[in-house]
Design a protein around this ligand. Structure first.
Ligand SMILES: [Zn+2]
Length: 113
């Protein structure tokens, strides 16, 4: 399960970044995930909640932002949103396109108390 390993990665990064700050309690983890990762936010929430139960992170929340897939066409230089993963330019039908966003996965910030 894809979401479970993502949640494990998130928790590992969070633990590492909170380590130097003893005594802070985590409220929210803001993550940005590209649409191409095909993450189901609900499953990621469930996986996260299950993994932090009975740990110092218990009670913290995930805030998931999905970044849409956009691409640029090298033939006509237009940028556009990609839907349904049709890797063709909607303007000139060229397949000479480059994906700009949509495959990212990063932690934007941590809200602590
Ligand atoms: Zn084009």
């Amino acid at each position: 399960m894809h979401e479970l390993s993502l949640a494990q990665d998130i928790i590992a990064i969070v633990k590492e970044s909170l380590e130097p700050q003893a005594g802070v309690s985590l409220k929210t983890v803001r993550v940005s995930i590209g649409e191409m990762a095909a993450v189901v936010p609900e499953l990621l929430h469930h996986a996260y909640d299950a993994l932090i139960a009975d740990t110092p992170l218990q009670g913290s929340k995930l805030d998931i932002a999905i970044i849409p897939v956009t691409a640029i066409c090298h033939s006509c230089k237009k940028t556009f949103g990609l839907e349904e993963y049709e890797f063709l330019c909607p303007n000139c039908q060229s397949s000479d396109i480059e994906v700009l966003t949509g495959d990212e996965f990063f932690i934007k910030d941590l809200v602590v108390a």
